[in-house]
Design a protein around this ligand. Sequence first.
Ligand code: NAD
Ligand code: GLY
Length: 386
Amino acid sequence: MKIKKIAVELQNNPHEYAVEIGHGLLEKSGEWARKCLSRPPKKIAVISNQKVFGLYGDAARDSLAGENFEVHVFLMKDGERYKNFRSLKQVLKFLGETKLTRTDAVVALGGGVVGDLAGFASAIFLRGISFLQIPTTLLAMIDSSVGGKTGVNAEFGKNLIGAFHQPRGVLIDVETLKTLPRRELTAGFCEAVKQAAIADRKLFNQTADFLENYSPNNFKSYFTGEKFISELEDFIHAQVSFKTEIVLQDERESTDRHDGKSRKILNFGHTLAHALEKATDYKHFKHGEAVGYGILFAAELSKSIKIFDDNELKLLDDVLQRVGKLPDTRKVSLEKVFEAFAFDKKNIGESLQWILLEGIGKPKIVEGTNISPTIIHQTLKKFLEK
Ligand code: NAD
Ligand code: GLY
């Protein structure tokens, strides 16, 4: 079995790490953890939730224990609303009571919620201990597990408390996607289309073709075919390669950068996405689904200010039609969305920054003050009513 690898060689980080992609890899997580952690720890704390651990916990735990790690498991509650201080405190207490030392390690087994929270706990426990990511959702595989952004939500906004803390390795076993519910797949594919649209034609076409051949509605049925598994691995490899390329040259998302390769471009679609999530109390949309709407709106806005072509917009719309059904937006209050814009963490001074498109693969960061509020209002009103 061939494992596909992407090296993440960060400039100021003494620990380069790799993202490894394949199938049947969970059973080898012990060997992998030993390889990633140059100084093998005695204890490993696995942070997961009941659902994911019920599906994949035994395979990971047995393999880690097989390599003589002392394995301790903490299961957090499942859901975005638990990516908060309370869960963080519980995880930190668990790490303390388990008496993890600075040479021990944390393994995050789950989606972006588990990864972000376990990563943040690892960043601050004993001022930073090693952590490894085993992402089990598509979104976490192609986006959140790579690049070292960790954190929790606060009552004043999402992801506003956190730290950059790079993992020491990322293990992607694509077979875990077999059990992922359709809506979660759709959410992950929205993030994939986001990355493809700001990357280049090649990744855009690969993503479009993959979605044309393999509908998220029937995803589970494809896993019997070797060709599918190989193409799924290639697709995830291409997506992670792009994410890595951006992270490598702007690891900490410099506030001074405004060019088309700034890490900020990964926030394409997020201005509206965060506002939609907030305006609906985080109950109506999954994060990725909101990003799906967010990228289409950013493209519409780009067209409204005449920097993006109608044909390109149609291409993007066509690909988004393939990701699966998104929740209705017609009942979302326009006023609440505007209120929520004000809270967006990408606020710099008085101005929102929009990540727009000048073409597929050509993101452009535009200061909110440079776009007339009337245009934003009209474009958004039309968009939500569609
Ligand atoms: P999630 O972690 O909530 O997982 C979605 C659901 O799928 C959960 O119910 C989970 O238990 C379940 N699940 C996970 N793996 C499964 C599997 N293989 N089979 C069946 N069920 C499974 O959601 P997510 O979409 O993975 O992550 C969203 C989070 O990621 C958000 O909090 C977002 O802010 C964050 N995020 C972070 C970054 C970053 O760079 N750190 C980037 C993007 C998103
Ligand atoms: N998901 C955005 C980033 O990693 O920067």
